[in-house]
Structure formats: structure tokens, C-alpha cells
Design a protein around this ligand. Structure first.
Ligand SMILES: Cc1cc2nc3c(=O)[nH]c(=O)nc-3n(C[C@H](O)[C@H](O)[C@H](O)COP(=O)(O)OP(=O)(O)OC[C@H]3O[C@@H](n4cnc5c(N)ncnc54)[C@H](O)[C@@H]3O)c2cc1C
Length: 249
């Protein structure tokens, strides 16, 4: 799932060598990824990130901390943004890197949740070497690439199955159950909403195929899609608590 957010960014900004090396195995699910964006002091205001990348022979050395990195403990690669020019305006001095999670200096520390599971991690980078060939886009222009990846993430997370229930899960949940007129109308309304949101996604995909950035539709879709996933889960939960409709004679 996370690798899928990177793929369109690599298609748009990556070198031919990067496309050759990363696209096919990522699309096949043979190469797993994590997103090294958020930091303790850089969440909603991501461009205030402070991980630093220092120029060395043949590449860069990355030092700093990332947080909330989903599935970092399983990922083979991470896409990461770090500050390459501390004197530039905050959106300008950032570069986009592909980091080998097995490289020396990468330390992944899982964050245990209330459930006992550990999805998120803290990831510490201590002078991790990233070769020049793993810089995506231009040096100091990584914010542009990151925005593209974030747009893909919004599209992906707003579809069912990403982070909650969508139309397929709704249909599966009610398959074979008897619905009264009210429930039929409510479920129908949810299906219509879900399909409208999916059409926003289709519009975004068509824009991307035409070389246009996903833009505002992706944000709108994320907002509506995540609320929709929540509404579907709430509705299924509430319908379980309701008594079944009286049988028609
Ligand atoms: C399920 C999940 C998976 C995630 N996986 C990853 C991952 O793999 N990699 C990764 O890099 N990150 C990941 N994140 C982190 C996520 O992107 C951050 O939570 C996000 O960047 C917000 O940062 P924060 O938690 O520091 O909140 P903050 O930025 O501190 O925001 C806290 C609250 O303040 C509000 N707020 C912030 N600024 C303003 C403002 N200027 N005006 C008004 N209100 C404001 C926000 O809306 C929010 O309600 C994940 C998050 C979730 C929920």
C-alpha cells in the first residue's frame, strides 16, 4: 500500500535507472516501503522538518529522527525527505531520498499500542549513507516530489480497504441479510455516496495519466472518503445492535 504512493512520484520525477530498479518489484509487491516523512516537530507542518542531509563523496549522510512510520519494521526501503540546505526557505531546502532500511545507522524502534500491536515506529538515522543515484528529483526540490507522494496517499487512503470499510465490505456485511425499507434506503444511500467518492478518484487518476498533479480533488476525496469509511463502520455496528425487521407474511 505505501509503495503505491511512491510509484507515481517515481514515474514523474525518477531517473530511468530508478524506474528500472524500483517500479516493477514494488508493483509486484516484492519490494516493501515505508514513508519517512513525519518527525516529532514536523507533522501537519511537514516542511518544518529538521532531519539533515550532509553532502559527502558520492552521496549524502542523513541524520535525525522520524516518527509514526507505519510498517518500518517490515519495510526494505523507505522514501524520506531531509533538509539539504538549512539556509533556504523551509519549503526550498528539502531533498527526497530512497533509503535502504538495512543500511548502517538505521535504527527502527516499534511503538507499542494499547492493543498490544505495533504498527508505528520511531526511526532514527545516524549518518546513514544514501548514494546520489537514490535522490529523487532535483536536490533542494524534494518538497515538490513529497507533495506528489502525499496526493497519492490521500487518494489511496480515501478508498475502501485502505483504512476502514468501503462499499465492497458494506455489501459483504449485508449479503444474505433481510433489510426493511428504511435499511434498504440507508444502505443504498451509502452505496451511492461511496460510488460518487470513487468517481472523484477516477477523475484524479485521469488527471495523473494526463500529467497533471492530483490537486484539490485528492484532498476532497480524502476528506469525504475517510468520513465515508467511518460512516460505513458506524452503520454496520449500529445495525447489529438493532433487532431484525419483522418477517413479511
Ligand atoms: C494511521 C496513520 C498512519 C501514519 N503513518 C505515517 C507514516 O507511515 N509515515 C509518516 O511519515 N507519518 C505517518 N503518520 C503521521 C501523520 O502524517 C501525522 O500524524 C501528521 O503529519 C500529523 O502530525 P502530528 O501527529 O504531529 O499532529 P500535529 O501536526 O501536531 O497536529 C495536531 C492537531 O493540531 C492541528 N493543527 C496543526 N497545525 C494547525 C494549524 N496551523 N492550525 C490549526 N490546527 C492545526 C491538527 O489538525 C491536529 O488536529 C501516520 C498517521 C496516522 C494517523
Amino acid at each position: 500500500m505505501i509503495g503505491a504512493w511512491l510509484v507515481p512520484s517515481l514515474v514523474r520525477y525518477g531517473t530511468e535507472e530508478q524506474k528500472e530498479k524500483f517500479l516493477r518489484p514494488t508493483l509486484r509487491g516484492q519490494m516493501t516501503w515505508c514513508q519517512l516523512f513525519s518527525e516529532p516537530g514536523a507533522g501537519s507542518d511537514l516542511a518544518s522538518l529538521s532531519m539533515k542531509a550532509e553532502r559527502v563523496e558520492g552521496g549524502w549522510k542523513l541524520t535525525g529522527q522520524k516518527i509514526w512510520t507505519s510498517m518500518a519494521q517490515m519495510a526494505q526501503w523507505g522514501f524520506c525527505i531531509a533538509r539539504t540546505d538549512p539556509d533556504a526557505a523551509k519549503h526550498d531546502g528539502i531533498t527526497y531520498f530512497l533509503v535502504d532500511m538495512k543500511a548502517a545507522g538505521v535504527d527502527v524502534r516499534p511503538l507499542r499500542e494499547l492493543t498490544g500491536d505495533a504498527l508505528f515506529n520511531e526511526v532514527f538515522l545516524d549518518a546513514v549513507f544514501v548514494p546520489d543515484e537514490h535522490v529523487v528529483g532535483e536536490v533542494n526540490k524534494g518538497w515538490q516530489v513529497a507533495r506528489n507522494t502525499l496526493s497519492n496517499e490521500r487518494v489511496s487512503l480515501s478508498t475502501g480497504g485502505g483504512l476502514g470499510m468501503g462499499v465492497p465490505e458494506l455489501l459483504k456485511f449485508f449479503a444474505g441479510k433481510e433489510l426493511d425499507a428504511v435499511a434498504t434506503s440507508e444502505v443504498g444511500k451509502l452505496i451511492a455516496q461511496g460510488q460518487s467518492i470513487d468517481l472523484l478518484g477516477l477523475r484524479t487518476t485521469l488527471k495523473q495519466l494526463n500529467g497533471v498533479e492530483p490537486g484539490a480533488e485528492a484532498s476532497v476525496r480524502k476528506l469525504l472518503g475517510v468520513q465515508f469509511n467511518q460512516d460505513v463502520a458506524d452503520y454496520c455496528w449500529a445495525s447489529q445492535a438493532r433487532p431484525p425487521p419483522p418477517r413479511s407474511r
